[in-house]
Design a protein. Structure first.
Length: 170
């Protein structure tokens, strides 16, 4: 075969560093999304876009909306516990898929209520919250995949020694 573009040592360093950077970026986005509070009185409508009149006409207060969003998220999270137990009891045929599914469900339920509340302030705020939530999921799951791949390759190296690369040529 041809000569490697990147040395083995550099590759050994780049993969875990990229995974750690991905996880760090996901955590930063998570912190930004979590600043949207699901407690009544904590969400002032700064950019009303005409929604205040609609809320007054229907008799729905902002605190009622926040409380309902928190209630829905709580109910979904409680139901997820049942699904998580099914995943744990199920055979561990694909660990990465299991972890990705678990993290994806947790992130989605956490972010949906917050995106809904931000949508009441305007489309721009809702888009930013949804985008950051997607970035959390995307970067976290990609970093998880990188780490699992890195660990798998190193386990093959431990088991097969210097001949582990011969597995690829068969």
């Amino acid at each position: 075969m041809g000569e490697a573009i990147v040395s083995d040592l550099l590759t050994e360093l780049l993969i875990p560093v990229a995974a750690v950077i991905g996880i760090a970026f996901a955590l930063i986005q998570w912190v930004l999304v979590s600043k949207v509070k699901l407690t009544p009185g904590a969400v002032p409508l700064s950019n009303k876009n005409g929604y205040e009149e609609l809320l007054e006409e229907e008799g729905v207060s902002e605190d009622d909306v926040v409380f309902k969003c928190a209630e829905i998220q709580s109910a979904i999270s409680e139901d997820l516990i049942l699904y998580e137990l099914v995943f744990i009891v199920a055979p561990f045929s694909d660990f990465t898929s299991l972890v990705s599914g678990f993290l994806g469900m947790k992130i989605a339920t956490f972010a949906n209520a917050r995106t809904t509340l931000e949508a009441r302030k305007g489309v721009g705020k809702a888009f930013i919250t949804a985008f950051r939530s997607g970035a959390v999921m995307g970067f976290l799951l990609a970093a998880n995949g990188l780490l699992v791949l890195y660990i798998a390759i190193n386990l093959f190296k431990l088991y097969y020694g210097q001949d582990w690369e011969g597995l690829l040529n068969q």
